[in-house]
Ligand binder design. Structure first.
Ligand code: PGA
Length: 256
């Protein structure tokens, strides 16, 4: 199965000029004759720059797709500051990240909110990248606690998704991101990440239903350590934050 790499720009860069420049660098890399990425690639810039990347389909090199970093669960109405699924679709967005730990932490996004967003996005035909992962205190308590935490998060965030819920192939992707490894400069060990990813793949969601989703690893992944994760067939790709803003890193990552 093709691996999936998500480049999450988070709240960067500061200007549309810089975003355009960085994006042009991505395109240049992908258009180069010797560049043959084996993975499917998704770039998720901040909302305000999505419009610049709208024409991705026509000038699309390689497998580059467009993603957003969040969305709102209502489709219309008076919701100041929010962005709907339809707005994203109209900008050519195919993927949306939901439940990133930074939003859970700083914006108090609960599993209930995340669940509403997941269902809205899937109904709208967007592909969801649902982020889950335990904090340091849970990890320190041991594997049994981590598994309990992850199972709980998964089942709450995916409530309502049962066998009857018509999931299109590959429309739901899980990103396992231990919170303590995000932006920390030190990732989880590939072996521990692998164990958790296997666990996620076997965990039933509501109604005893096992998802057939891709599961990615995220948290301080860069060009130096990514191979150690992707060498396992069970790890279907990666969610990459900081390294996605450095073009040399991107070059080394996509040419793996
Ligand atoms: P990082 O971020 O690669 O900077 O740790 C990962 C993420 O966006 O989840």
């Amino acid at each position: 199965m093709k691996k999936l790499l998500i480049f999450n720009w988070k709240m960067a860069p500061d200007s549309s000029k810089e975003a355009g420049g960085l994006f042009a660098d991505y395109l240049k890399l992908l258009k180069a004759k010797n560049c043959k990425p084996k993975a499917e690639l998704v770039v998720a810039p901040p909302f305000v720059y999505l419009n610049q990347f709208k024409n991705l389909k026509t000038e699309k090199p390689g497998n580059l797709k467009l993603g957003a970093q969040d969305l709102f669960w209502e489709n219309f109405g008076a919701h100041t500051g929010e962005i709907s699924a339809k707005m994203l679709k109209n900008l050519g967005v195919e993927y949306v990240i939901i439940g990133h730990s930074e939003r859970r932490k700083y914006l108090n996004e609960t599993d209930k909110i995340i669940n509403k967003k997941v269902l809205t996005a899937l109904k709208a035909g967007l592909k969801v990248i649902l982020c889950i992962g335990e904090g340091l205190s849970t990890r320190r308590r041991g594997k049994k606690y981590v598994e309990r935490f992850i199972k709980n998060q998964l089942q709450k965030d995916l409530k309502g998704i049962s066998k009857n819920y018509k999931l299109k192939a590959n429309s739901l992707i899980i990103a396992y991101e231990p919170v303590w490894s995000i932006g920390a400069g030190h990732s989880d060990t590939p072996e521990d990440a692998l164990e958790m990813i296997k666990f996620i793949k076997q965990t039933p969601v509501t109604g005893g239903y096992i998802l057939n989703s891709k599961v990615l690893y995220g948290g301080s992944v860069d060009s130096k350590n990514i191979k150690n994760f992707l060498k396992y067939p069970e790890i279907d790709g990666s969610l990459i934050g900081r390294a996605s803003l450095r073009i040399r890193e991107i070059k080394n990552i996509i040419n793996l």
